[in-house]
Design a protein around this ligand. Structure first.
Ligand code: PLP
Length: 406
């Protein structure tokens, strides 16, 4: 099947709307993506036709909804090529997943003076949970530095390992500057030293094929809403042996086997990590999003986005007074820039008046801004439904910003 951009745009109802009397240009996809009809309708259908709490009922509707929820788990398994369904834990999103990992792995494996490696290009969600864990356990964080192009300095990574290193937690793709990290090699290097690796895949899974077995990640964590699915749902993939070993994060209903006042035993995987009523509607919506991505074809999406990134980089590079941050050789569709002498917030507000949504600020990655000595950037992040014409409109709006502030 062809990659038919007009057809794809038709699938996303919000793209038809206007903002400030102009057709919306949505370039804030790294924050959240828009949703295709398939996703919206799949959730609407559950609420209208089958809604019932899952796993606990013998009645007809409960059984139907449970089946759809478990089918969504199987869709996620296939999408990232996990070995087993029960290695897929539904969470509230990437933040929730990393907090689960930090607590459960931390309880089991982290002790005083142990070391955890993260990088200087992490989202705050992959910094603060580890910082808190280090405080609790009196452990230490070690940081992989980044070079002027916004790439991790892998030679420095290797030097950070010591006999106290217990864990590496690393972003696959940097949300602030778009760098794609060589995670496969970095995982292998950690494994050679007997160290487990967690990957934050929040900005990777929507842009190309991720195969968790090929990467050999011990955990791989991502959010539904950044991959055309609903908010409030995410995935933590973990290797079976690891998930069996670590204690649960949240406790309560559904994650237990036997409960007496003397002792509680836990349910089997994946339920051990899904306490309480899960966001089953969200999971079903996420399943629909992944099927949409599969039907559209991840390779075609990646090719379209690569073309768009190259075009946007070329067009924006020729704008006077515009400085880009993040020129990694391997990069996905994020362009982060500043305009000379213009605060990113001021620029963002003017760009909005032209119906164009970009994000301004630190993008929850303050250490990246500190690394480049800036207060923040304007970030245009692209998705499968964006076009070259929309890039042109952004360039026109930037010229207006410059005129206004000159
Ligand atoms: N990690 C990365 C790389 C991100 O880009 C984001 C969100 O922007 C997060 C984690 C947090 O994701 P969520 O807000 O969906 O939990």
């Amino acid at each position: 099947m062809e990659f038919n951009i007009d057809k794809i745009r038709e699938d996303f109802p919000i793209l038809k709307r206007t903002v400030h009397n102009r057709r919306l240009v949505y370039f804030d996809n790294a924050a959240t993506t828009q949703k295709p009809l398939d996703v919206i309708e799949s959730m609407d259908r559950v609420y209208r036709e089958t809604n019932s709490n899952i796993h606990r009922g013998v009645h007809y509707l409960s059984d139907l909804t449970t089946r759809q929820y478990e089918e969504a788990r199987e869709t996620v398994r296939r999408f990232i090529n996990a070995r087993h369904d029960h290695e897929i834990i539904f969470t509230g999103g990437t933040t929730a997943g990393i907090n689960l990992a930090a607590f459960s792995l931390g309880e089991k494996y982290i002790h005083e003076n142990d070391e955890i490696i993260i990088s200087a290009m992490e989202h705050h969600a992959n910094i603060v949970p580890w910082q808190m864990l280090c405080e609790r356990k009196k452990a230490k964080l070690r940081i992989i530095p980044i070079n002027d192009d916004g790439e991790l300095i892998t030679a420095e990574y290797e030097k950070l390992f010591s006999d106290r290193t217990r864990l590496v937690s690393l972003t696959h793709v940097a949300n602030s500057i778009g760098t794609v990290n060589p995670v496969r090699e970095m995982i292998a290097l950690a494994h050679e030293r007997g160290v487990r690796v967690i990957i934050d895949g929040a900005q990777a899974v929507q842009h190309g094929k991720v195969d968790v077995q090929d990467l050999d990640a011990d955990m791989y964590i991502f959010s539904g809403h950044k991959m055309y699915g609903p908010t409030g749902i995410g995935v933590l993939y973990g290797k079976e042996s690891l998930l069996e070993e670590i204690p649960p994060y949240q406790t309560g209903g559904e994650m237990v086997d036997q409960v007496t006042f003397e002792k509680t035993t836990f349910n089997r995987l994946p339920f051990k990590f899904e306490a309480g009523t899960p966001n089953y509607i969200g999971a079903i919506g996420l399943g629909a999003a992944l099927e949409y991505l599969e039907r559209t074809g991840l390779e075609k999406i990646a090719a379209h986005e690569k073309d768009l990134l190259e075009y946007a980089t070329r067009r924006l590079s020729s704008v006077g007074g515009l400085h880009m941050f993040g020129n990694a050789r391997n990069k996905i569709s994020v362009i982060s820039f500043v305009l000379e002498d213009i605060h990113p917030y001021d620029a963002g507000m003017v760009i909005d008046k032209y119906g164009i949504a970009v994000r301004t600020g630190t993008h929850c990655a303050q250490p990246v801004m500190d690394r480049f000595g800036i207060r923040g950037t304007i970030r245009a992040s692209m998705a499968m439904y964006n076009t070259r014409e929309e890039v042109d409109r952004l360039c026109e709006a930037i010229e207006k910003v410059k005129e206004m502030f000159s």
